[in-house]
Design a protein around this ligand. Structure first.
Ligand code: SF4
Length: 228
């Protein structure tokens, strides 16, 4: 991968935001929620699962345990039954209850609003905290999920594989006001165009910015020439 100056990478990152913001004007968190506690629960449930599937179980979950106090007292086996369709249901049910117990015991039942406090809740990592801060509060970084990880690397914005390091690279390239939206744009673009296995580079509005896309297009052209 050729080396690029930091200023050219910053320009590329901001151009990605500009182009994809036009392409996906509705890009946002797609987990249904009415308050920070619900979003925290939904984000924990979304690990290794689609947002759409999470949205099918959360109405029942929030009807039965609508607050941290209620969830903290829930029978974990009952919670397991509700979240069972999502996979990893035992770990997820336990995480919801333990996280709620921490919110009640340490924060008086209020969802905390800082990265440091959030990542000290059981079951909450930086990605979950960034979703919450970027959507409900302020001060979040870049949400690095599987789409963001894959596309940022393809675009040459990072060489890292570890999500925390990718987040650090992206935050150093993007203006702070774009940290939150960047993650959402990556998700929308990953679903619509930049598929993990078969990215539609020929139809991608980022092709002129994307080293991986250029490589793929050149390889496809070479194959066509050989075949022709
Ligand atoms: Fe993904 Fe291809 Fe677009 Fe690059 S050009 S972002 S690899 S779809």
């Amino acid at each position: 991968m050729p080396r690029h100056s930091r200023s050219s990478l910053k320009k590329r990152a901001e151009e990605v935001v500009r182009i994809l913001s036009r392409r996906y004007p509705d890009a946002r968190c797609t987990l249904d929620h009415r308050n920070p506690f619900e979003l925290l629960c939904a984000t924990i449930l979304a690990a290794q699962c689609t947002d759409a599937k999470v949205n099918t179980v959360t109405p029942e979950l929030f009807r039965r345990w609508p607050t941290p106090e209620a969830m903290a007292q829930a029978d974990i086996a009952e919670v397991e039954r509700v979240v069972h369709p999502l996979g990893f249901f035992r770990q997820k049910a336990r995480a919801l209850v333990e996280m709620s117990r921490d919110i009640v015991a340490i924060h008086g039942g209020e969802v905390p609003r800082t990265m440091d406090e959030l990542i000290h809740l059981r079951g909450v990592g930086r990605k979950t905290a960034n979703v919450l801060l970027g959507t409900c509060f302020t001060g979040g970084g870049v949400i690095v999920d599987t789409h963001c990880r894959r596309i940022s690397r393809r675009l040459g914005l990072t060489r890292e594989t570890d999500p925390d390091r990718i987040e650090r690279d992206l935050m150093s390239l993007l203006a702070p006001e774009h940290w939150s939206i960047f993650g959402h744009l990556m998700v929308f673009h990953g679903r619509a165009v930049c598929d993990a296995r078969r990215p539609a580079c020929e139809a991608c509005p980022l092709l002129h910015l994307c080293p991986e896309g250029s490589r793929r297009m050149a390889a496809a052209t070479a194959v066509q020439e050989v075949a022709g």
